[in-house]
Design a protein around this ligand. Structure first.
Ligand SMILES: [Zn+2]
Ligand SMILES: [Zn+2]
Length: 307
């Protein structure tokens, strides 16, 4: 299916719908704090370093999106805390994939030392993205994809908010470079295009509906961070290729896709169908334990905070 005449539309995709909720660095900082046990406004502020107005706006948005519940914990005086809903808990797989990528590729050292322990086997572990059918570790190189019944085009809702990539580097946490990347919806959208085989500036622009200056800025930034490489293909033309660091970002997009397909699927069905080439089956993401290779349940993940 090709783009409609209206230039500036984007191919609908569950990744984009998920990014409309979490594709914001400040939102990711708030969620990171919640995953590490923070519930109350003051604690969120201390942990994220966000301005009160920004924090209050992001909390409101997460409540509206059904990711957090706002629950009173005291009646006199009336005070609320924010608890992660089951929809928010399902975002946890994305968090684990983000953490995995950060630890493998980030050039900025984490300011918090968080260790994961798998309650089922008792060992420290790293999360491994695997195929639920054959159990192999997932690599973007092994995925075939085709458009599903729910594919369509929609006008993007541009946000006037300025991206604050720097916020992720300043807040104490474990997700820094990945929060800058996932927190920038346009950057993630560019990567989605390149993962589906589009490599030239004009192709990516048609697919994402981005203005030239915005696309150009993102491509430069992604190249500087080592996620993309630029290759001369002759005739004065060049194309963008994913580096190993870029290819390894795929499990983050996949986890976002799963979440988006769960909560924002259109009535016609999913917009994108994926197949795991080694086993030939439709791809389903299973996050597994690096120590025991067993599948991980959300409640089996224990944290230890280092000094
Ligand atoms: Zn498989
Ligand atoms: Zn284990």
């Amino acid at each position: 299916m090709s783009a409609p005449e209206n230039a500036g539309w984007i191919r609908t995709c569950s990744i984009w719908r998920a990014l409309e909720v979490v594709g914001d660095t400040s939102v990711l900082l708030v969620m990171q704090a919640a995953w590490l046990g923070v519930r109350r406004f003051d604690e969120f502020q201390a942990r994220t370093g966000l301005l009160k107005t920004t924090l209050s706006d992001r909390l409101k948005r997460l409540v509206a999106a059904g990711v957090f519940d706002k629950v009173p914990y005291s009646t006199r005086p009336l005070r609320h805390e924010y608890r992660i809903t089951s929809k928010g808990q399902d975002m946890y797989w994305t968090a684990l994939m983000m953490l995995r990528w950060e630890r493998r590729w980030s050039r900025t050292p984490a300011s918090l030392d968080v260790r994961l322990r798998h309650a089922a086997c008792g060992h420290p572990f790293e999360a491994v993205p695997t195929c639920a059918c054959c159990g192999d570790e997932i690599s973007a190189r092994d995925i075939d994809w085709e458009e599903g019944p729910g594919v369509g085009w929609m006008p993007p809702e541009y946000s006037r908010r300025r991206q604050k990539r720097q916020a992720a580097a300043e807040a104490p946490g474990v997700l820094i470079e990945v929060a800058q990347l996932t927190g920038d919806r346009w950057a993630s959208l560019v990567l989605r295009s390149i993962f589906t085989g589009l490599r030239r500036f004009d192709e990516i622009q048609r697919d994402t509906g981005m203005a030239s200056n915005i696309l150009s800025e993102r491509l430069t930034w992604l190249t500087e961070t080592g996620v993309l490489g630029l290759r001369d293909i002759g005739g004065g033309r060049s194309e963008y290729r994913l580096t190993d660091k870029g290819i390894d970002y795929y499990p983050v997009l996949l986890a976002l896709l799963v979440w988006g397909d769960t909560y924002y699927v259109s009535s016609e069905g999913p917009p994108l169908l994926l197949r795991h080439r080694p086993c030939g089956q439709p791809l389903r993401l299973q996050v597994s334990c690096s120590a025991c290779s067993g599948p991980i349940q959300v409640r089996q993940v224990l944290y230890e905070l280092g000094p």
